[in-house]
Design a protein around this ligand. Structure first.
Ligand code: UD1
Ligand code: CA
Length: 473
């Protein structure tokens, strides 16, 4: 629903100091999507125009948002990270709507419902300030501002300044606020740097509203949804929650997870019904898995499409590829930037790179197929290697329908093996093979009768002959 008279500001300029990493925390992914993209997408889905306040690593933060081509975003810059109040003030020139929704950029689990409940409460109460509160009995959740109510007044006391009883003041500030613009513009001028940190806190606006008897309203949200991410530990905990949500969603769609607790799944992955996902699978980067597939233990699928009924055995890797129905992959196969046909087999210790393998073709063991164009019903013998690289350029190997490549062949590209042709085991194929021909390219076997027996007799005789030294016996 489009809400008129409303705009949103996301605070995303902080220095991420508690992450102790060189990268901004807002660019770390949770289930494959950067932290900052979560609130931005939520606001886009509510069709609320957004200004994002950037500063620390602003180009990286902007780039993360740009990758998702979200509509209606403008950027304000906070030149120094002087606190959340200062960040909001840095966006002042972007204020245009009567009501301004402000959100921390580091809260990826907030739902549409939380924002809508706040919007409704704010409107119903015609408040000047509304904000979301939560409750946590988790003692490690001590980075949150505590809601302190005293003498009919309400304020948020930042954790580092809080000296009261956490059991009494269990409510915490979630970091989502709604302000009437007229109030906000007046109030921003009143906030001062904190004595301990020198930062200006957005939360001081609440105290100012209370002290000046402005109407204030709060709405409640569950702690798991409002978690802010200040440390890598909190990132890990939030990702665990998000991933559990995804997995239970796919379970409800008929996907069987044998050990859901150690499967890794990105937000943009889809899985069809009747598919079984074994322990340790990693499915990422927009991959789409069809119906009735089996993914063996410790399989990795990245940016790939697996059509229905694909059978993937353990420890196999598929990236940037398409695998058609009933194909059989692995164990220990690696497929990159390739297309695998219907009912094809890419067996154990087979690597396929930038190649196309036709329907019902098989490379079952210990093979490298690079830059190969393989037709239908081709058999590739164990140990076959396409020699596709001459140190400067990559060359194409073409193997046409129904060809049969013997075991342990080296196919020196560029090369074409014609339809129905056959190559002898152990061949080094350097010239094209016409259709239906047999090519053998190896030295002929010679057999020396009784050679070994004579050799053994000679060695034994030499051993039995006594040796003399220069000094004599
Ligand atoms: C903030 C609240 C706290 C609340 C908690 C909820 C303040 C002072 N405290 O604390 O009451 O319980 O969120 O998660 O607001 N940012 C800037 N510029 C800055 C500093 C921060 O843009 O100078 C951005 C950060 O990038 C971040 C957001 O503001 O996205 C919140 O900042 P953060 O430092 O994480 O605030 P908290 O200490 O978590
Ligand atoms: Ca935070």
């Amino acid at each position: 629903m489009v809400r008129s008279g409303l705009q949103a500001i996301i605070l995303a300029a902080g220095s991420s100091s508690r992450f102790n990493t060189s990268k901004s925390k807002l660019c770390f992914p949770i289930c494959g999507q950067e932290l900052i993209v979560y609130p931005a997408k939520l606001l886009a889905s509510l069709q609320i125009p957004l200004t994002c306040v950037v500063g620390f690593q602003k180009e990286a933060v902007k780039a993360a948002l740009a990758r998702h081509s979200l509509p209606n975003i403008s950027f304000a810059e906070q030149l120094q990270p002087l606190g959340t109040g200062h960040a909001l003030a840095s966006a002042r020139e972007h204020f245009f709507a009567d009501t301004i929704l402000v959100m921390n950029g580091d809260a990826p689990l907030i739902t549409q419902e939380i924002v809508e409940t706040l919007l409704d409460a704010h409107r119903d109460a015609t408040a000047s300030v509304s904000f979301v509160i939560s409750q946590s009995t988790d003692p490690s959740a001590d980075g949150y501002g505590r809601i302190v109510q005293q003498d009919g007044k309400i304020r948020v006391v930042e954790s580092r300044n809080y000296t009261g009883n956490r059991h009494k003041d269990q409510y915490i500030n979630a970091g989502i606020y709604l302000f009437q613009r007229t109030f906000l513009e007046k109030a921003l001028a009143t906030i001062h740097p904190d004595a301990k940190t020198g930062e200006m806190y957005i939360t001081d606006l609440i105290q100012y509203a209370s002290n000046t008897n402005e109407p204030i309203i709060t709405s409640f949200a569950p702690f798991d949804n409002i978690r802010g991410i200040n440390t890598l530990k909190e990132l890990w905990a939030a990702e665990h929650i998000k991933r559990s949500e995804l997995i239970t969603h796919w379970m409800s769609q008929g996907v069987r997870f044998i050990a859901a607790q150690n499967v890794y799944l990105d937000l943009d992955v889809s899985i069809g019904a009747d598919t079984t996902i074994s322990p340790g699978c990693i499915l990422v980067n927009g991959s789409s898995i069809g119906c009735g597939c089996t993914l063996g233990a410790y399989s990795y699928v990245c940016n790939s499409v697996l059509h229905d009924q694909v059978f993937m055995m353990s420890h196999s890797i598929i990236s940037d590829s398409i695998v058609h129905e009933y194909a059989h992959i692995g164990p220990f196969a690696q497929i990159r930037s390739s297309t695998i046909g219907e009912r094809a087999v890419v067996g154990n210790f087979v690597e396929v790179n930038r190649s196309k393998i036709g329907n019902q073709s098989k490379a079952k063991h210990l093979t490298y197929l690079g830059d190969a164009r393989i037709g239908n019903s081709v058999n590739i013998g164990a140990g076959t290697i396409t020699c596709n690289y001459d140190g400067i350029q990559k060359h194409i190997t073409t193997i046409k329908d129904r060809a049969f490549i013997g075991s342990n062949n080296a196919l020196v590209a560029p090369i074409i093996v014609g339809e129905g042709a056959m190559t002898g085991a152990g061949s080094v194929i350097t010239d094209d093979v016409p259709a239906d021909a047999l090519a053998i390219a190896r030295s002929r076997q010679t057999v020396k009768e009784n050679f070994v027996e004579q050799m053994r007799a000679r060695i034994v005789a030499e051993k039995e002959t006594p040796h003399t030294t220069e000094l004599g016996a």
